[in-house]
Structure formats: structure tokens, C-alpha cells
Design a protein around this ligand. Structure first.
Ligand code: NAD
Length: 512
């Protein structure tokens, strides 16, 4: 049964019926915004942004702190909405959606002023004697935030907080699979006292998202699949709109011969099964050096067997798969792997005891890179483990992928862990931990290869919601570097100057 399915148009709009992945019971209907409504929202945002851009960082931060208080006081409102749409365990709804949101709000409220303050840059060489340079971070205007269903509240909130702190207005287009969790972000901002029009939500499907990009925002912050990311890149390219694309991954985990095997086994289970495996930085492929393979596998199998799965969100470790489309992908990958010779150590299929969308925590071995489960994004609670002869083979296999989002290395030698992590072709990595990179606000995050374009989060991400505008000031009165009329001597003088400034190693040191 489909989690969301089209129903007859309502009020001239496309409409869908939504169901709970836990019970498959209907939980509501989604009416898509029309393209005119989307355009009106963008125009309204553009008008509201002018006054917001003139506010101080302290005024913006005050809204973020009020919002944080509301999130803490009313966390059940968020958790209940997220659980209704996704069937996540309550612990994951609180940690991933509410805790991370509060962390993001306070982090950027506290630091945006420092990250975005006007910078003075020293100009090198002789020009520096005559000119001063500043870089001013100016808000871009209206940011379109288009989000997926796997972290439906936090993935709408986090870019929105950054865009707002940088002085922009935001239009959120939440996933059609989890629309009400995304819409809640705007409700909370309104209640926190954010002026009208600065955060709006357009509800709808992929066409609504395309309408939003076509409506001409000043930046698109997209999180979602590679296929949609490519379409957005084309649409933005046609209009020359800047964008960031946070896309899918196939993250590798490398277990070295000197790893803490207990910790690595726990990391493998958490990395593969957290959020029911529907986590962009989830661990999808595990390469274990043969010396420690048996010990590692025994611990992972024991741990996987101990994981609870039930439709009681307060008594389960691995929750529902949020969407039947994802369930079909997980089943396809696991079934194909089994048909091609993979060995099922634990699980291997849907949970027969539950009516909803539940795939059992699964451990597969004897997997190869010919199988989809090692090549394409599975996004399910599947721990796929391969034995390798040494760390070099592990890195070679880790890099045999079109994706490059995140990865992790497990070794007691942290310096070697960093060195191995650097050799993985990936946007981010961790040593002796999993899936952390998106949640550490100090650092930028973004994929390489098919996993994305641009960086989000951290000072770099925050600055991405701005145009870095250089302003060059002449120090003494006014004066261009050369003036009319040009004579043969003008070019001759320039040639002599080049030779003088950069023609010897001594002068290069001074003027370079
Ligand atoms: P999706 O691409 O199907 O949809 C994402 C959003 O794009 C939805 O809101 C959808 O309505 C909208 N959309 C669809 N077509 C569009 C179009 N033509 N123009 C504009 N918008 C359009 O992705 P999904 O299935 O919702 O999300 C799962 C994917 O997201 C996974 O691949 C996962 O790895 C990835 N993801 C990445 C990150 C990251 O930070 N890199 C984080 C979370 C999820």
C-alpha cells in the first residue's frame, strides 16, 4: 500500500492521501500549492527580506533563542508529527530532529556575527601601499530550501536558520512524504515572532519544487536524491541561480587490523541501522581486514540479533521504513544480493510480524561490488560486510563508487586513521566514529563525485547564503593605477615594473 498516493484534484490543485508507515492507516491529505501561489510566496519573501536584512545580528539571534525555547518546551509537538509521518523510534525523533535543531539554532545565533563580520584583507605588493580591501557578506535575498523525508524537521530547519541569520528570507518546500514536519518549522518561527513573509512553506510534490526553482529565488539549498539534484542544477543553470546540492551516498567503513573491534562493531550497527538506515551519511559498505574479520563479524551478528524492532516507538531500536518506494529499493538490493551469492547472517527481509513497513535489521556477508547492495544507495537497515586482505584493498574498494559523501575508518592509531581517511574519495570522514560529520556545526559539509555540489554548515556554509562582496578603497584621495593618454612609455614602464617586482627571488619574497 502506498504511503502517499494521488487523489482527485482539490480546488484545482494536485492532491495526495498520506498514510502512516507504522499502521498504513490514512493520516491526512496534501494539497499542492499552485505555481501562482509559489510565485506569490517568492514575491512576498522578497519584499519582507529588505527590512530583515537591515536588522542587527543581535535582533536575528533573539528570534533564534525564542525559537529554541519553544522547541524545548513543545518538543512533543515536533516528535509526534515526525513519528506520525515516519514511524521513527522516539529516541531518534528527539535526538535527530529536536536536539540537533536546538544545537543549530544556538550555534548560528551565537556565531553568525563573527562568521559574517566585514573582513579587512591586506593587499600584497605595491598596490597595498595605495589601496585597502574589505569583504562584506551580503545576504542573497530569497533562499529556496527543498528538503527530503528522512530528517523532515531538522533538514528544513538547519538551512533555514543559517539563511535567516545571514539576512535572507526562506521558502521551504518539504517532501511530499513528510510535509507536515517541514511545515512545522515555519509555524514555530511565526510563533517565535519572526516577521511575516520571512519563512513560508509551499506544500507539494516534485512539480511544486520545480515551480519554486522556476519562480526565481536567489539561491537554492537542495537536499535529496542525485536524480533530482541533476534536474535542479539544470534549472538553476538556466537562470544562473547559485545552489548547493546535498545528495545521496554509499558510505564506506574501513576496519583496520588494529581497530577496537567492540567499538567498530557497535559503530557498524549504529551507522547502518540508525534512522532505519535512511540517513545520508549512513554506513552502507563495510571493509574489514581479514585478521580481525571473524571477531568483528561475530560481534556485529550478536549485536544485530539483539536489536529490537516493533511498532511501539518507545520500545524499538530499528523503526519503520518511511516510504514504500524505499522499501521496494531495499528489498530489491537484498534479494538481488542473495540471488547472487550473498550470505544472510541476520534478517534478510521484511518483518513478518508487523503490518507496517518494517525491514528487519540485516547482516549480509559474501557480498561483491557486482551487487546493487554494494553499488547503489540502499538506505535501509542493512549491514553489508566484505573481507579484505589489508587496508590498501579496503581503500581501493571504498573508492570504487560513484558516490563520495562520508566515510569512516576504525583504528587505534588516530594519525594513521586520518591518513587513511584522506585517501577515501569522500566529502567528509570520521575516525573511530560514524555519521557525525553533518552534525558538527563547526565544519563544512558537502559531497564529492555524485554526492553533491557545494558546502553547507559551518562558517563556509553560512557564507554560502551570502555574496562575498569585495570593496576596494583608495587610500589617499582618488586615483586609478594608470591614466590616459597611453604612450609607448606606459607599456615600457609596466614591463620594467614586472621585472623589478617579480624578476628575482629576493623581490618575489617582498612583493609576491
Ligand atoms: P528526492 O530527490 O526524491 O526529493 C527531495 C525533494 O525534492 C522533495 O521535496 C521533492 O518533492 C523535491 N523534488 C522532486 N523533484 C523536483 C524537481 N524537479 N524540482 C525541484 N524539487 C523537486 O529525494 P528524497 O527521496 O526525498 O530524499 C532521499 C535522498 O536524499 C537520499 O538519496 C539521501 O541520501 C538524500 N539526502 C542527502 C543528505 C545530505 O546531506 N547529503 C541528507 C539527507 C538526505
Amino acid at each position: 500500500m502506498a504511503i502517499y498516493e494521488p487523489i482527485e484534484d482539490k480546488n484545482g490543485r494536485r492532491a495526495y492521501r498520506l498514510r502512516s508507515p507504522v499502521s498504513l492507516e490514512p493520516i491526512g491529505e496534501l494539497e499542492c500549492a499552485t505555481s501562482e501561489e509559489v510565485q506569490t510566496a517568492v514575491d512576498r519573501a522578497r519584499a519582507a527580506q529588505v527590512a530583515w536584512a537591515a536588522t542587527s545580528f543581535e535582533e536575528r539571534a533573539a528570534v533564534m533563542y525564542r525559537m529554541t525555547d519553544l522547541l524545548i518546551e513543545q518538543q512533543d509537538r515536533i516528535v509526534d508529527t515526525v513519528i506520525r509521518e515516519t514511524g521513527k523510534p522516539r529516541a531518534e525523533a528527539v535526538s535527530m530532529e529536536v536536539y540537533s535543531s536546538c544545537d543549530s539554532l544556538v550555534f548560528y545565533a551565537k556565531r553568525a556575527k563573527k562568521f559574517l563580520r566585514r573582513e579587512k584583507r591586506r593587499i600584497h605588493g605595491v598596490l597595498g601601499l595605495l589601496k585597502k580591501a574589505y569583504v562584506v557578506y551580503k545576504p542573497r535575498g530569497v533562499v529556496a530550501v527543498i528538503t527530503p523525508w528522512n530528517g523532515p524537521f531538522v533538514l528544513a530547519l538547519n538551512p533555514t536558520v543559517q539563511a535567516l541569520m545571514a539576512g535572507n528570507a526562506v521558502i521551504i518546500k518539504p517532501s511530499e512524504v513528510t510535509p507536515y514536519s517541514g511545515a512545522l518549522v515555519a509555524d514555530f518561527f511565526r510563533e517565535a515572532g519572526l516577521p511575516d513573509g520571512l519563512v513560508q512553506v509551499v506544500m507539494g510534490d516534485g512539480r511544486t519544487g520545480a515551480d519554486l526553482v522556476a519562480a526565481g529565488p536567489d539561491k537554492v539549498s537542495f537536499t535529496g536524491s542525485v536524480a533530482t539534484g541533476r534536474k535542479i542544477a539544470v534549472a538553476c543553470g538556466e537562470q544562473l541561480i547559485p545552489y548547493t546540492l546535498e545528495l545521496g551516498g554509499k558510505d564506506a567503513m574501513v576496519v583496520c587490523r588494529d581497530a577496537d573491534i567492540d567499538g567498530a562493531a557497535k559503530g557498524a550497527l549504529m551507522g547502518s541501522c540508525m534512522n532505519t538506515g535512511q540517513y545520508c551519511c549512513g554506513t552502507e559498505r563495510i571493509y574489514v581486514v581479514e585478521d580481525v574479520y571473524d571477531e568483528f563479524l561475530a560481534k556485529v551478528v550478536a549485536g544485530a540479533k539483539a536489536l529490537r524492532q516493533s511498532d511501539d516507538v518507545d520500545a524499538t531500536d530499528v523503526g519503520a521504513t518511511f516510504w514504500d518506494r524505499q522499501m521496494a529499493i531495499i528489498e530489491d538490493h537484498v534479494d538481488e544480493a542473495i540471488r547472487s551469492g550473498a550470505r544472510v547472517e541476520v534478517g534478510g527481509g521484511r518483518n513478518p510480524e508487523l503490518d507496517g513497513l518494517y525491514f528487519q535489521p540485516t547482516v549480509l556477508t559474501e557480498v561483491t561490488h557486482d551487487m546493487k547492495v554494494m553499488r547503489d544507495e540502499t538506505f535501509g537497515p542493512v549491514v553489508a560486510i566484505m573481507k579484505v586482505s589489508d587496508e590498501d584493498e579496503a581503500i581501493r574498494l571504498a573508492n570504487d563508487s560513484p558516490y563520495g559523501l562520508n566515510g569512516n575508518v576504525w583504528t587505534k592509531d588516530a594519525a594513521r586513521g586520518i591518513e587513511l581517511a584522506c585517501r577515501i574519495e569522500t566529502g567528509a570522514a570520521s575516525v573511530n566514529d560514524m555519521a557525525l560529520s553533518y552534525g558538527v556545526n563547526e565544519v563544512p559539509f558537502g559531497g564529492v563525485k555524485d554526492s553533491g555540489v557545494g558546502m553547507v554548515n559551518g562558517p563556509e556554509g553560512l557564507r554560502g547564503y551570502c555574496h562575498a562582496m569585495p570593496i576596494i578603497v583608495h587610500r589617499f584621495g582618488s586615483g586609478p593605477a594608470s591614466s590616459y593618454p597611453y604612450t609607448p612609455k606606459t607599456a615600457e614602464d609596466m614591463s620594467k615594473a614586472m621585472k623589478f617586482f617579480w624578476g628575482s627571488s629576493l623581490m618575489r619574497r617582498w612583493f609576491g
